[in-house]
Design a protein around this ligand. Sequence first.
Ligand SMILES: Nc1nc2c(ncn2[C@@H]2O[C@H](COP(=O)(O)OP(=O)(O)O)[C@@H](O)[C@H]2O)c(=O)[nH]1
Ligand SMILES: [Mg+2]
Length: 365
Amino acid sequence: MHQTRLSIVLPTFNECANIEPIVSQLLPLGQDYSLEILFIDDDSADGTAEAILRLSHQYPCIRLIRRVGRFGLSSAIKEGILDATGDLIMVMDCDGQHDPSAVARTVATLLASDLDLLIGSRFHPDAEILGLSPARQRNSNLANALARFSLPRYRQLTDYMSGFFALRPERAMAYVRQIDVSGFKFLYELLALSHGQLRVGEIPLAFQPRISGESKLNLAVVWDLGISILHTLLLRSVPRRAISFALVGATGIMTHLMLYGLGHRLLGFTFEQAQSMAVVGAATSNFLINNSLTFRAQQLRGAPLFFGLIRFLLVTSLGMMANVGISSAFYRSFRSEALLAMFAGIAVDFVWKYAASSRFVWNTP
Ligand SMILES: Nc1nc2c(ncn2[C@@H]2O[C@H](COP(=O)(O)OP(=O)(O)O)[C@@H](O)[C@H]2O)c(=O)[nH]1
Ligand SMILES: [Mg+2]
């Protein structure tokens, strides 16, 4: 009888000290399954890839995918799943937070069921969380509540952001192919794209503290998750980057008001002076925030950052001119519909700024 082929996909970024412990705990699965352990490393600087290569010489079931110039957790998981050869694919972190002893239980449960996807949930009533600080638990609870709201077809789930799950590739591959890789949370994207077509179950997971190293979760990751949820709520009809660009634009209004107040009230500037400072200051702040969030994958640094700012200010001023031109033309054509005219101007301004700065500032299509 043919042994079930099991692929375990482990994304790694600077996890050198965690490789050997995790491998030694996963290898015994080779007794029950035809095992493949697939690491996807994003050019870690701490010798992670070398540690994996050493082990792969000793154990042929270990494979390393080395990526240079491509990065991000979701895209690493996607690449691992696309390259895996197993009948079943297990995805997990390699930092020890996902107890390797839970793999056997998860895979056996999935095999014995008619499910397509089985999630190890950190928030299942029977789960145990030792590896999340109280603040991160609170944030995760909030993120989960928003995710549940945006995915009514999977309302029964308790953990939409788990990095520990097993799936049947023949059922899930069509959705995996479509995953937009700019997010951190692969599972949320998979659920959102499958529109309730996957049969999904959960089992409790004991979430452990890291063996070694640091979490890669940061503000940009949280921002991406918020964008993912909004993207789903907008029925995935607006590009993720456009949503991010619009939210950054909204922060620009606050910056503008603050800078205007500072110039006019505190520094005694005239209206024109304070307004000019506020326009340039808000555009600069929008540029810097977009550079570290919206266009993080194409982030500009050093001299290109300076020239990018000049281009962005140019694009912004052309957008403002278009805004005034279009809204005035609109106002003349539809007399006294001032609000409509204003929105027409703002819409053209936004589309221009988004399209032109994507292309001319961050060089993306
Ligand atoms: N290949 C790759 N792996 C990543 C990246 N970011 C995080 N990881 C891995 O994904 C797993 C989870 O990341 P971690 O920082 O522990 O997230 P946390 O558990 O949510 O704090 C770990 O195995 C990391 O090494 C990345 O950009 N590329
Ligand atoms: Mg972790």
